[in-house]
Design a protein around this ligand. Structure first.
Ligand code: ANZ
Ligand code: ZN
Length: 822
């Protein structure tokens, strides 16, 4: 008898698939199209266990859809710009491309070995000039629409990576990449105006309900952070009694607490603070700003932190009662949220209360919540209650009415208006690093910002390497003088290129469109290709991208929609976030020494056993603890499955209709169940069902009708086709043994025969006083007690009894019940 040889099968079938283009879609309209997409990898060395889990899930989906008759596109590429390549190049004195493309080749070999049903002809790398040409082209189109702009502002700065970071890349005040404490710097930087799409990004999530994990939708909602409230305008009165020509706006979510505003705050580093401050206090403010710069945004907003601030020597005038309140600068007010100015209501806001108590400012309760006076307890009362000391709200206790009443009055007086703000900030896209997509702008002393003409794209990176790339606070590109100095495309005078590169999240915001049109020269993609393939039927990737990538790519899609290039607004119908592979209850790490090497696991057990282990370990969303799983057990199972095919191989195929009925029922129930389980992404249960079918088939061979029974062949074929989703190499070998060809990937998905799915039942006759009064369909194995109860509950029987008490009941399970009234 034959034994499954994993290594030989891997070599053989990899070559077969590559040679025959098995996984390239036909794209000829003969079959319905489906696009299955894995988040493309970053080339940081070879594949690891995390890739093993992520990519096998997408592969199960893609292979299943292909077997079900769809024309499947399942492409692959690399997100190949980024810092690690640059750091490696600095260390080795080489070019980032060396490291990047060497790693890509290593990963590509591993992906092929891992048996993924990928279409290699669509492969792309975001660091290829042919790709970033279109990243630049899109930037210019966004800019024409006013969606890419430059502004001076305080930005997050990582002192280690020497580059700015998007808000999304600052985690708890630390750099997402290196963990350094993030500081602030004032810089002139490029932004994408994602805030203009905030409402659409929120509203369109309704269409993702059910297809996307709820927690991802929640994270995006919170990140966008829509707040409803009002803008309120406060006049400013200087020390000499004169008034500023225009009032200053604040944003508040609680306009109904306006009578409780006892002081007014501005962000210390804002232009507003510098403008408002009385000359006598300017020195104090400047010293305070200096101190503020050292604190992170998280520290500044923390309720734990002692409150600090400086009085600016001017007053604000409350628009509803003309009360004069002092204006302070305080660092818990952020310059770039709302308007950068706040009306402080210490009775009902904890941070304002802490501030009031620190600086001895008045606390006035305007909502009576029944709790003790915050001025005494030090605990603010943010809840609902009866309005007090608020003439316009006299007698009210409903918050919505309170808010509406104040907003209406402010609007009538022209002193404010209802408003919505978002936590979402515009997307800061400039990076002071080398290995990224150059920003296609030229700065001309006479013309200002001049876009590089489309026919001069791509703006290629200059050839810098090694120490040229070391971080110095400005972009390394600035050092490439020959590259920087160019002729202005507009006036022909001497001008300079923009020396920043784009955040790599820009590259990954549109790659899935490019897969539809590999190598297309007329634009980032051909709209016709995208119309045929998109939206993506299934997207698979890590939950760490719940906010950044998944929000940015939704934004890009909406802009492309508005440009008339695509006709949908949401690019990914379904999203699956696979779990992580951990070991001994902990994330794998060098320092813990608990890493598991994917290559070594594959060498030991074979690809199929590793894939099976990963899929079988639990629901795809859950983490897998490698200490709890058994690749050796998976390999044993695959050998058992293989032996079925081997046993059946020499038996001629005949019509299964004449085969063993019990095994046929088991097989068809398995098909029906597995089909549903796949739809619900319960891949681990699919493996469990195949294991059961393997056992049932083995029993039929050894102690049942034997290997020659056509039901056995039928079962072995179902095992093979279903197994091919998870363990493609062994399935190919089995398919061949069973006399089929050329590839199980070209087989069709089995269809369950409904006649074989009906549970067996027998008819039970129920008599009352010897007359038949009911018929019940019951399982042949039903117990006497259960049958008696069913019979007595039957409506026909009840009618015949007409309220008489039951005397004697004779039960002959499963066929007869006879009832005699008392
Ligand atoms: C008065 C007030 C009274 C407030 C009250 C709250 C409670 P969200 O919900 O996060 O949008 N705020 C406004 N701009 C700010 C800034 N730039 N920096 C720090 N805080 C700012 O928060 C909105 C509330 O945060 C606003 O409503 C304002 O304080 C404060 F009982 O105004 B509130
Ligand atoms: Zn010019």
């Amino acid at each position: 008898r034959r034994v499954y040889d994993a290594a030989a099968a891997q070599e053989r079938w990899q070559a077969y698939w590559a040679e025959h283009g098995t996984f390239a879609p036909a794209d000829d309209g003969s079959r319905e199209r489906r696009y299955v997409l894995d988040m493309f990898p970053y080339p940081s060395g070879d594949l690891h266990m995390g890739h093993a889990e992520a990519f096998v899930m997408g592969d199960v989906v893609a292979r299943r859809l292909k077997l079900q008759g769809y024309d499947v596109m399942h492409p692959i590429g690399w997100d190949s710009f980024g810092l690690p390549a640059e750091n490696a190049a600095i260390q080795r004195g080489s070019h980032p491309a060396d490291w990047t493309y060497a790693n890509i080749e290593t990963q590509a070999r591993s992906f092929k070995r891992y048996g993924l049903s990928l279409d290699w002809s669509r492969r792309l790398h975001t660091s290829d000039p042919e790709y970033y040409r279109w990243t630049q082209w899109l930037f210019l189109r966004f800019r024409e629409r006013g969606l890419a702009y430059r502004k001076d502002s305080f930005v997050n700065w990582c002192p280690t990576d020497q580059t700015v970071l998007a808000n999304e890349q600052v985690v708890q005040g630390l750099c997402e990449r290196c963990g350094s404490v993030v500081t602030k710097r004032r810089l002139n930087q490029w932004y994408y105006k994602i805030t203009e799409y905030a409402d659409r990004l929120l509203d369109d999530m309704a269409s993702l309900e059910g297809g996307w994990p709820e927690r991802v939708l929640t994270m995006q909602r919170n990140w966008i952070g829509r707040s409803e409230g009002a803008y309120v305008d406060f006049a400013i009165e200087r020390a000499d009694g004169s008034r500023r020509s225009t009032p200053v706006r604040v944003f508040t979510t609680r306009p109904d607490t306006l009578y409780g505003a006892t002081f007014f705050l501005v962000a210390p580093e804002s232009d507003l603070a510098a403008e408002l401050v009385d000359e006598s206090r300017r020195g104090d403010l400047e010293a305070y700003v200096e101190r503020t710069q050292q604190a992170t945004e998280i520290e500044r907003q923390s309720t734990e932190r002692p409150k600090t601030g400086v009085f600016l020597g001017v007053h604000a005038v409350n628009p509803v009662n003309d009360e004069r309140i002092p204006v302070w600068a305080a660092d818990y007010v952020l310059a770039d949220y709302g308007t950068g100015a706040v009306m402080a209501v210490p009775a009902h806001d904890q941070r304002d209360l802490d501030f009031a108590r620190t600086f001895d400012l008045p606390v006035r309760v305007v909502v009576d919540t029944g709790a003790e006076d915050p001025a005494v307890t030090g605990v603010a009362t943010p809840g609902d209650g009866r309005y007090v000391a608020s003439p316009l709200l006299e007698g009210l206790s409903d918050k919505a009415t309170g808010v509406r009443t104040i907003v209406e009055r402010l609007e009538a007086d022209g002193r404010g208006e209802g408003a919505v703000t978002y936590r979402l900030r515009d997307w800061l896209l400039s990076r002071q690093r080398f290995w990224g997509c150059p920003i296609p702008i030229i700065h001309c002393p006479s013309c200002g910002e001049v876009p590089v003409p489309d026919d001069q794209l791509p703006v290629r990176l200059p050839d810098l390497r090694g120490a040229d790339l070391a971080p110095k606070g400005t972009s390394p590109l600035a050092a490439a003088t020959d590259w920087v100095q160019v002729e202005c495309p507009s006036c022909g005078g001497s001008a300079n290129r923009d020396t920043d590169t784009m955040d790599t999240f820009v590259d990954s915001s549109w790659y899935f469109f490019r897969y539809c049109s590999p190598g297309y020269e007329g634009g980032p993609f051909d709209p016709e290709d995208v119309r045929r393939w998109m939206p993506v039927a299934q997207y698979v990737g890590g939950v760490e991208h719940a906010i950044l990538h998944l929000l940015y790519m939704r934004f890009f899609t909406k802009v492309l929609h508005d440009m008339g290039l695509v006709d949908f607004e949401e690019p990914m119908r379904r999203l699956l976030n696979q779990g992580q592979v951990i070991n001994q209850g902990k994330a794998m790490s060098k320092s813990l020494g608990n890493g598991v090497d994917l290559g070594a696991q594959i060498d030991q057990y074979g690809v199929d056993a590793i894939r099976t282990t990963v899929v079988f370990a639990g629901p795809p969303e859950d983490d897998i603890d490698w200490a709890d799983v058994s690749p050796a057990g998976s390999l044993k199972f695959l050998q058992r499955a293989y032996r079925l095919a081997d046993d059946v191989a020499s038996e001629p195929g005949t019509d299964p209709a004449g085969g063993d009925l019990e095994l046929r029922r088991t097989t068809h129930r398995c098909v029906a169940e597995v089909t549903m389980l796949l739809e619900d992404q319960r891949f681990n249960v699919v493996v469990a069902r195949v294991m059961e079918l393997v056992n049932a088939t083995r029993k039929a061979i050894d102690s049942g009708p034997g290997a020659a029974d056509p039901a056995v062949r039928e079962a072995a074929e179902v095992v093979t086709v279903v197994l091919s989703l998870v363990a493609p190499y062994v399935a190919e070998e089995m398919w061949e043994l069973l006399g089929h060809g050329p590839s199980v990937a070209e087989a069709s998905w089995p269809v369950a025969d409904p006649a074989l799915l009906v549970a067996e039942s027998v008819t039970c006759v129920v008599q009352v006083k010897g007359k038949v009064r009911g018929r019940l369909q019951v399982p042949p194995t039903i117990g006497e007690d259960e049958l008696r109860e069913l019979a007595l509950a039957d409506p026909g029987v009840q009618r015949a009894l007409a309220g008489q008490a039951v005397g004697k009941v004779i039960v002959r399970a499963p066929k007869l019940v006879s009832i005699v009234p008392a």
